[in-house]
Design a protein around this ligand. Structure first.
Ligand SMILES: Cc1ncc(COP(=O)(O)O)c(C=O)c1O
Length: 411
């Protein structure tokens, strides 16, 4: 039942599931960096190492068979969570790793050359900028950078001017880790597909907080990280559309990705394994995948729609409370709560971002200070010293915001 302020989730009860929050009493407002882990996830990882540890897809003994089954089920759970098929989901280390793999896929499959263009936006996280800059530099093609408006939204009319028949890929974040703005990637997909290009979506911030369906979005690639959605670090996801995974070569190769390798007349002949094995050479992070699957179970029980609404209410409350502070200087992306995740980045006249984050840290409030790996966006919107970012999850409530505001205001 919603309380007086309209909060849908019983966040205080949920906090009971998070041992670190209980033990430290910290006001944790750095969820865009990484989230805390519920005991259900911690227990699933422990259980794997204590009861089931074995390498997968190789051993014919019971432990290995059971571990393989859990690992395969993890693919299924992740796939269902984003509205896709299990064979389309590949486990990686994190979002950064996933985006790098896609970028190198364009090189490995000779899809990009000097004549092409790659389109990104100024609001991308460095992890969705640098891989594209790197491959653009290697092949000598154009990297076009789309601006955003003062609220942080992509302007589709500008995207239409930047995307043309030379464009092989548009790389866009579904939600910004600075402004929290949720972008209309479906519209961008439509434009890039008109020219036969691909759209790569950085879902690091959006996937943990709002319901996603890759088919409805009509995108080609999606990258996200387990540790930002209650799962462990070291496990990430790269989703790619069926016809892409069937036809494109993965740039990372090795053991486990093949059915057979033979040397015939001095040539290596490879018969590749089916997906997802073909995209995951080497021993994967088995415990990580199992932990992520448990995190997804946890999120599904609460419901992504409920999490989204809860965070919307919390964001509106935060923006209102911040607007009442005399020393407030600015909010990156402005004050509207429209199409926004539970992320608010701001500056004050009284403290630099680092000084304020340090002061808050000493008072048991965890926030992030600086450019949050999105320096171009900060500079573009005139926040040359960076900002302080607060970011929420299902265990945060208005009391956390009240403590934040009180700490900012006190001498
Ligand atoms: C929008 C966005 N993209 C990419 C990343 C990189 O994620 P990871 O460090 O898990 O690779 C982050 C992390 O903060 C992010 O917020």
């Amino acid at each position: 039942m919603p309380n007086d302020l309209g909060f849908l989730l019983n966040y205080n009860e949920l906090k009971e599931d998070f041992p670190l929050l209980k033990k430290t009493g910290i006001v944790y407002l750095d969820n865009a960096a990484t989230t805390q882990k519920p005991r259900q996830v911690i227990n699933a990882i422990n259980r794997f190492y204590i009861e089931l540890n074995a390498n997968i897809a190789r051993g014919l003994y019971e432990l290995s068979l059971k571990a393989t089954k859990l690992y395969e089920e993890a693919h299924e759970k992740v796939a269902k969570f984003i509205g896709s098929e299990p064979g389309e989901v590949v486990f990686t280390k994190n979002t950064t790793d996933s985006i790098n793999i896609v970028a190198w896929m364009f090189i490995a499959n000779k899809l990009v050359s000097r004549e092409n263009s790659i389109v990104v936006t100024i609001s991308e996280h460095h992890s969705n900028l640098l891989p594209w800059k790197t491959i653009a530099d290697i092949v000598g093609c154009k990297l076009r950078i789309a601006p955003v408006d003062k609220n942080g939204f992509i302007d589709i009319e500008i995207m239409k001017e930047l995307i043309d028949e030379t464009t092989v890929v548009a790389a866009v974040g579904l939600a910004s880790n600075v402004t929290g703005r949720i972008q209309n990637v479906r519209e961008v997909a439509k434009v890039v597909h008109q020219y036969g290009g691909y759209i790569v979506v950085d879902g690091a911030q959006a996937v943990p907080h709002i319901p996603i369906n890759v088919k409805e979005l009509d995108i080609d690639f999606l990258a996200f990280s387990g540790h930002k959605m209650l799962g462990p670090t070291g496990i990430g996801v790269l989703w790619a559309k069926q016809d892409i995974v069937e036809n494109l070569k993965y740039p990372v190769q090795g053991g486990g990705a093949i059915k057979s390798v033979r040397v015939e007349e001095g040539n290596i002949i490879v018969d590749y394994a089916d997906m997802p094995w073909r995209g995951e050479p080497g021993t994967p992070h088995i415990a990580g995948a199992i932990g992520l699957a448990e995190a997804i179970e946890y999120l599904n029980k609460i419901g992504l729609e409920n999490i989204k609404k809860h965070e919307e209410t919390l964001t509106r409350y935060t923006l209102k409370r911040l607007s009442e502070i005399n020393s407030l200087e600015g909010v990156v992306g402005g004050f509207s709560a429209e199409n926004r995740l539970g992320i608010v980045s701001f500056t004050t006249k009284k403290y630099t971002p680092y000084a304020l984050a340090t002061k808050l840290g000493l008072e048991g409030i965890a926030v992030r200070a600086g450019f949050h790996c999105a320096e171009p966006l900060h500079r573009y919107l005139g926040f040359n010293e960076g900002s302080v970012r607060v970011s929420f999850y299902l265990y945060n409530g208005p009391e956390d915001v009240d403590k934040l505001i009180q700490a900012i205001e006190e001498k």
